[in-house]
Design a protein around this ligand. Sequence first.
Ligand code: BTN
Length: 263
Amino acid sequence: MKAHHERLMDRLGLLADRGVRGAVGRAIGREIEHHARITSTQDRARELVDAGCGPMVVVADEQTAGRGRQGRTWSAPPGTSLLASWVFRPLPSDPALFALLAGVAVARALDALGVPGARLKWPNDVQLAGKKLAGTLGDAVTASDGGALVLGIGVNAGQSAADLGELAAMATSCRIEGHEVDRLALLARITAQLDLLAASPDERRTALDEWRSRSSVLGREVEVRGAAGSVRGLAREVAEDGALVLETASGDRRILAGEVSLI
Ligand code: BTN
């Protein structure tokens, strides 16, 4: 009975039906491609960009080769996560900032669906109760036609602690935090927020302020591990372009990529 009830709560699978997909696509203003199982929505969206697609979103119930940032994998049991990649055309002027602000879009969508208090960890993590709930991944495609941004988002919605296994020390899901979230509603809310950000520099400025106020790292001593090694310092600011400004013993450093841990 419980499993049946939970299936009713989550409507993402309805997108398998062409009519529903068309209606939802019209409501959210972009074509939807839905897969029960795929290697990676990110790779599929990239293929669609190369084939000349317009604004769309690729969504899957399961990925067999999901990608995370910095070459990591991203995996989730079938039907537990929102796994989606949006195509934005042309390429936004500051793709790294856009991927950072996508965290604000996720946090706002969660707020609206009764999951309050999401915090953001530079650059692209969404956290709940101090643990990772979602991540965003921006792949810029440059081309003479203006290019595109493929923005991938994975949100842990219905995982149990057992599903997360040893990751449960660092990661969580809406369900683990006591919230049942409909992945279709999440898809629609996130899309609306992303489109708002894509449409207006003013909205991006407002969202950057919101990013700062939701930040779990600003004002804290951190270590950032990047390709060129580790840097320690006080996370003082996130700059207008999304760079993390660290106050270190040898002066301010602007960090463009890396993994942050609190020290
Ligand atoms: C991160 O490392 O935090 C970013 C994770 C991004 C995962 C999403 S899931 C949907 C899309 N498809 C992928 O293969 N990756 C992104």
